[in-house]
Structures are given as structure tokens and as C-alpha cells.
Design a protein around this ligand. Sequence first.
Ligand SMILES: C[S@@+](CC[C@H](N)C(=O)[O-])C[C@H]1O[C@@H](n2cnc3c(N)ncnc32)[C@H](O)[C@@H]1O
Length: 255
Amino acid sequence: MADLVPQRMALEFDTVAGWTRGAVAELGPDHALPAACRGSASPAGLDWLVEACGLGPGTRLADVGGGTGGPAAWARRRVGADPVVVDPMPGACRTAAALFGLPTLVGAGDAVPLGDGSFPVCWCLGVLCTVEDKAAVLAELHRVLCPGGSLGLLVFVADTERPAGSPEENRFPSARGLRRLLHDTGFAITDEASLTAFPPSPRDWQDCTARVEAVLDRDHGDDPRHAAAREQSDRIGRLIGDGVVAGLLVHALSR
Ligand SMILES: C[S@@+](CC[C@H](N)C(=O)[O-])C[C@H]1O[C@@H](n2cnc3c(N)ncnc32)[C@H](O)[C@@H]1O
């Protein structure tokens, strides 16, 4: 199943997911959420999505490309939503199950293993810029959503598809191109917010993330897979820091 996404990405999203599980086991369960929100919004950004999508107690949420389950676990903790994590990386799914007891399904965004019209809310956070055929993923999300259902997105956008210094497999849509794609795949945007409009993660959250990174460095610093994964995330971090790439939160309704 690891061939559903390119090899280099599998390093970051599969191998590192397994290592992260080990680090949280050592550091304690309060490290799970910060460690498992990989490149996703800050807690304040996730709260924006929770509210925009009208999540509440028992609302079923399909988090497609949900990774190690941090955002889904956040939605459950904040409002009692009922999430399932779908991700092509078996290691990410195993980590989401182990860290949070979340139900998981191994599957890619262009072939989501969920029924037609089966969920009132879908999330897809930090995923679209990693997939080639963005329209195929959006069409699948539209298929899985109930009519009138809510889509919550975090999309990293840029003026050019591959700005200099981009991670190998990333293809960034423009904000305009994303709006057009959403329209063409059957969605009506109701709200948008820039990630920069939200406060950064709280200090204790950042400290937990740093401690997890330190354990990964200590235990896997000599492993070339660690260096490759770190290089990928450093690159995207630099592009965001330089303002070349920006995180856009979007809420859209299925038409
Ligand atoms: C930057 S991570 C974001 C993870 C999670 N959504 C979060 O915000 O913490 C991107 C995720 O997209 C997943 N992914 C990569 N290619 C995918 C595809 N074709 N369909 C669905 N998910 C994919 C990766 O396995 C990874 O878990």
C-alpha cells in the first residue's frame, strides 16, 4: 500500500509516523496531540474548522489524509465528534489507532474506502499540495459527503506550482485555482481564513513538539531516512516562513 504515495513522502508519513509513536510512548500521552498534528493548523486553526463545519457531539467526520490522527483527535476532544481517519500510509493509520484509539482505514484520497453520501463532514488537511490529481481527490470527497455536507480544508497555496526550494513531490495550487477546482467538483465555498490570522500554537504545545523532535534526533539521527524526512519538512517550513507558500483554511458545502 506504501506505493500509493511517492517513496520520499512515504518516509515522512509512514516511517516517521512509526518513530513518533515510540517517542510519545517515552514522553507521555500529553505529547500525542502536538506530535500527531503534522503540518496541520494550529489548535486555533483547528477550532476554526470545527466551528465552520458545525462539528458537535457525535458528528461523524471522515479525515481523509488524516495522517497520525492529531486533527481528528482534536475534533473529538473539543466537541465530541466521531471521526474516522483515512490515510494511504499504514504506519500513519497504526499510529492514529495506537495514540488515540481512533478507527482508521488505509486508503488514498482518490479512492476513499467509504460509501457514497456516508458522512456529513469531511476534512482534508495539508494533503492537496501533496497529490498530483487534486480534482480526483475533491471529487471523491464530494462523493463521500452527504448532500449539503461540509468540507473543511487546509491547503498550502502558492503563486507558482513549484516555487524554488519546494519539497520534491509538492505541487501547490494557487488560491484562485483552488477556488475554481472546488467549484468544478461541486462545492460552494462559504468561508476562508489564512493560517497567519491565527495565534501560533501555545508554548506548552510547541515544547511538546520540540521534545518529540529531540527524541527522534537522538534515536534516528544517523538514519538517512530521518535526514530525508527532516529535509522535506524543513523545506516547506522555509517556504511558509518566507511567505512564498501560505496556509489557507476553507469551508465549503457540497452542492
Ligand atoms: C502533511 S500530512 C497531514 C496529515 C494530517 N492531515 C494533519 O494535518 O496532521 C499529509 C498527509 O497526506 C497523506 N497523503 C499523501 N498522499 C495522499 C493521497 N494521495 N491521498 C490521501 N492522503 C495522502 C500522507 O500520508 C499524510 O498523512
